[in-house]
Design a protein around this ligand. Structure first.
Ligand code: 5RP
Length: 227
């Protein structure tokens, strides 16, 4: 296992300590969350912990099912106590970029329906300023070439996310466009601009959403309270 994977595993293991019996828990997506779901599966098996997971992707749903973690869809629960998810970048104000794993639409919907949100990251994700990680947009396929041209005109440096010459599609069968912005001076202003562009279903700026961040540092996981 790489050093970075070790840090991801440690934050995943730390995060599940926050899960209590009876909770409804949002389960994020990505390689860090995969370690967290493994650790949660172990707690469910070892302690007969009774929880319900609300997965943010088919991938996470399948992993949870394989580990015997009961899951429900978002519309089958009346609340979510805590959602634990990864992130691609987090700045000093605890604003984040997500969507590198193509799941930010479901992740944001689950996050805004959660009482508390926790992000788990290795130290490489903590930055002074957002933007060196390309900002993901989930877009409706219909008219997406026209949308792409509008994004180009605005200087957003869009790139369709492709795999083996095919468009990457999300769990909602949409496409992804990554904006290579290099730096984002005003995340709130950019979020408002993108919110108003027809054809964009959701962007990967997660602003004022997270409560707690667990960062994998060399000397162990650090728990930071965002708000
Ligand atoms: C998926 C996400 C992930 O949480 C984010 O990409 C981090 O993933 P990883 O833990 O693999 O670095 O937003 O859409």
């Amino acid at each position: 296992m790489t050093k970075q994977d070790e840090l991801k595993q440690l934050v995943g293991q730390e995060a599940v300590k926050f899960i209590e019996d009876g909770m409804i828990v949002g389960l994020g997506t990505g390689s860090t969350v995969k370690f967290m779901v493994d650790a949660l599966g172990k707690r469910v098996a070892d302690e007969q912990l009774s929880i319900v997971g609300v997965p943010t992707s088919q991938r996470t749903k399948e992993q949870a099912a394989g580990l015997g973690i009961p899951t429900k869809g978002l519309d089958e629960v009346d609340h979510i106590d805590l959602t634990i998810d990864g992130a691609d970048q987090i700045d000093k104000n605890f604003q984040g970029i997500k969507g590198g794993g193509a799941a930010h639409l479901w992740e944001k919907i689950v996050a805004i329906n959660s009482t508390k949100n926790m992000w788990i990251v290795d130290k490489s994700k903590m930055v002074d300023q957002l933007g060196s990680f390309p900002l993901p947009l989930e877009v409706i396929p219909y008219g997406s070439q026209q949308l792409f041209k509008r994004l180009e005109k605005q200087g957003f440096n869009p790139v369709f996310r492709m795999k083996n010459n095919n468009y990457v599609t999300t769990d909602s069968n949409n496409y992804l466009i990554d904006l290579h912005l290099h730096k984002i001076d005003n995340p709130k202003k950019l979020a408002l601009t993108l919110d108003q562009m027809t054809g964009i279903v959701e962007h990967g700026l997660f602003l004022n959403i997270v409560n707690t961040v667990i960062v994998g540092e060399d000397d162990g996981p650090k728990v930071l309270q965002a708000r």
